[in-house]
Ligand binder design. Structure first.
Ligand SMILES: NC(=O)C[C@H](N)C(=O)O
Length: 326
């Protein structure tokens, strides 16, 4: 029988609130041992062990939590009697943790994130089915080598492309573009597609000696947005990089481009991402010497790749190449 280890971090799947209610609750209250008691019998699917890493709303996770989790996972993946891993996680930032791990988890063993939109105490809580399916998915041979994946509401998602799009529906993650790569019916996964983008063992990123990550912040562009925010981050906060959540194709006003041209001498990478879905490509009307296109990454995922890229290089062209690869 496959041996699966669960790392629990909290979220609504571990939420507790007024009996039966879905909206009024606090995330990160119920421990993983109790959550497992609510599952149907796992039978021959897997033998499960568990570790409670923390128990919090996923908005309270920190970059130190990520480094700790990644190191523990990389260590556990070396154990020959563990076949796969599940992380229980809040949905608000699940896509960020999933993509971070997709770039730094050094194993082909399955790693599946899951969570819930209704707390454990709700009527028709969605957590137990998601957790049951996530364990079955982590134990399935088809999940080997898929990179980090997520399971939610019968859908299997690529961690690079998963995006939360509803803040109350139990089917809370976007299905179109490249996000959904398969379905599950009960404990059986059906994969249909996979990403060409490199992940896990095929990336150069190594967290084993890291105690902190480079400081990269996201700034939003909107009509009338003051480009002085860029000075603030570069000169006051002394960031190592910035992601601009631009409009449309990673766009902003001419005043922003003029400001970026003036700041280019500082040689800090600036990623042009977009607040809408699609692809951000080079554009003479927007780019300056230090800008890098986010490709199809959301601003929050572009930030993760930029942080990791900066652990390897500060050369703009080398970072540009990474945004094509991962
Ligand atoms: N559905 C959820 O899990 C939301 C919760 N705020 C969290 O991210 O922890």
């Amino acid at each position: 029988m496959k041996k699966i280890k669960i790392f629990a971090t909290g979220g609504t799947i571990a939420g507790s609130g007024a009996a039966g209610k879905s909206a009024a609750y606090e995330a990160g209250h119920v421990d993983i041992e109790k959550l497992l008691q609510d599952l149907p019998d796992l039978g021959e699917i897997a033998q499960v062990s568990m570790e409670q890493i923390c128990n919090k709303d996923s908005n309270d996770l920190t970059l130190s939590d990520w480094l700790l989790l990644a190191k523990k996972l990389n260590q556990a993946a070396l154990e020959s009697d563990l076949d796969g891993f599940v992380i229980t996680h809040g949905t608000d930032t699940l896509e960020e943790t999933a993509y971070f791990l997709n770039l730094v988890f050094k194993s082909e063993k399955p790693l599946v994130l899951t969570g819930a939109m209704r707390p454990a105490t709700a009527t028709s809580a969605d957590g137990p089915m998601n957790l049951y399916q996530a364990i079955a998915l982590a134990a399935h041979p088809d999940s080997v080598g898929q990179g980090v994946i997520a399971l939610f509401s019968d859908n299997i998602f690529s961690s690079r492309d998963i995006r939360k799009t509803s803040n109350f529906k139990i089917d809370a993650f976007q299905h179109n573009d490249f996000a959904c790569i398969g379905y599950m019916r009960d404990e059986i996964p059906y994969f249909y597609t996979r990403s060409f983008k490199k992940h896990t063992v095929a990336t150069p990123f190594d967290v084993s000696a890291l105690t902190a990550l480079p400081k990269v912040e996201i700034v939003s562009y909107y009509v009338g947005a003051d480009p002085a925010v860029l000075d603030h981050y570069l000169y006051r906060e002394k960031v190592d990089g910035i992601v601009i959540a631009g409009s449309g194709s990673g766009n902003y006003a001419k005043a922003w481009k003029i400001k970026l041209e003036a700041l280019a001498a500082v040689n800090i990478p600036i990623v042009r991402a977009s607040r809408v879905s699609g692809i951000v490509l080079p554009a003479v009307t927007m780019d300056v010497a230090t800008t890098i296109c986010a490709n199809t990454l959301t601003p929050q995922k572009a930030r993760i790749l930029l942080m990791l890229a900066l652990t390897k290089t500060h050369q703009i062209d080398a970072i540009k190449a990474m945004f094509q690869e991962y």
